[in-house]
Design a protein around this ligand. Structure first.
Ligand code: ADP
Ligand code: C5P
Ligand code: MG
Length: 253
């Protein structure tokens, strides 16, 4: 294979050209466990938040951007709280797979934008993801399908008590997602809780690192930030094997 000895942050920024393989981190956990908050903290601590999107070395993508668009009949169900948004089939899993493969190939890609208030994709709005050194992909079911799960170089599971999660989900969904109390509690009992137990919780065993208490766990977040920092400052190795060069570097040094 070809041996590229360039440092991180210099190659792979060429639009439309296949670049280096980023270090891909999957972040899962139940609803309102703190996945999005943990990823935000990681980005903040790495000084990525104030950077222009094209300049970021670390980017974060949410599985929620990949919710399927609903048929008119499904839309009516969703408005009544009778649609299961916590089932693996609620996501466009082919698009997730394709997007993650593009990201791993160092290609620029576009991801859809989602609106929880209307339960639909925002028309004509996409977010461009530029090649980065580290990519975080977070969501309730990112470890469910083996072909998606196997793409991650590192898997984190945010583990927060169910009562804490419900206590956080209620105000969040009322304030940020346009729901009322009845809707949130019914949806939780009918779909969210059973689907968590059936589909999400069993994927905890695939995690490399479990983060108890989510964003409160500053020690765990600092450990992960330290690790990412290490990756960002490690010289690129031979990525011809499809393995991330960081892993190769560690193995041979
Ligand atoms: P997830 O992405 O796993 O669903 P979020 O990060 O959106 O979880 O967190 C759910 C809600 O709880 C949000 O309103 C968030 O601001 C709040 N939250 C998250 N972590 C904490 C924490 N450690 N303490 C207090 N509130 C938190
Ligand atoms: O951020 P969080 O992990 O909580 O996002 C996933 C949750 O969003 C799921 O538990 C699902 O019930 C909820 N959801 C929703 N309405 C939508 C899409 C997702 O309530 N239209
Ligand atoms: Mg979230």
């Amino acid at each position: 294979g070809t041996s590229r000895k360039m440092s991180f942050g210099f190659n792979g920024k060429m639009n439309g050209v296949e670049g280096k393989t980023p270090f891909l981190i999957g972040v899962s956990g139940g609803t309102a466990s703190g996945k999005s908050t943990v990823c935000k903290r990681i980005m903040e601590k790495l000084g990525q938040v104030d950077k222009d999107h094209t300049e970021r070395q670390v980017v974060c993508i949410s599985q929620d951007s990949f919710y399927r668009d609903l048929t008119p009949a499904e839309k009516l169900k969703a408005e009544k709280g009778q649609y299961n948004f916590d089932h693996p089939d609620a996501f466009n899993n082919d698009l997730i797979l394709q997007t993650l493969r593009d990201i791993l190939a160092g290609r620029k890609c576009e991801i859809p934008a989602y609106d929880y208030r209307t339960n639909s994709l925002i028309k004509d709005k996409v977010t461009t993801i530029y090649p980065a050194d580290v990519v975080l992909f977070e969501g309730i079911l990112v470890f469910y399908f083996p072909n998606i799960r196997d793409l991650f170089h590192m898997k984190l599971f945010v583990d927060t008590d169910s009562d804490t999660r419900l206590a956080r989900r209620v105000p969040r969904d009322i304030n940020e997602r346009g729901r009322d109390l009845d809707y949130v509690l019914n949806q939780y009992m009918n779909f969210v809780k059973p689907a968590f137990e059936e589909f999400c919780l069993p994927t905890k065993k695939f995690a490399d690192v479990i983060i108890p208490r989510g964003a409160d766990n500053t020690v765990a977040i600092d450990l992960i930030v330290h690790h990412i920092w290490d990756i960002l400052h490690t010289k690129n190795g031979d990525s011809a094997s499809g393995q991330h060069p960081y892993i190769e570097h560690r193995r041979t040094s």
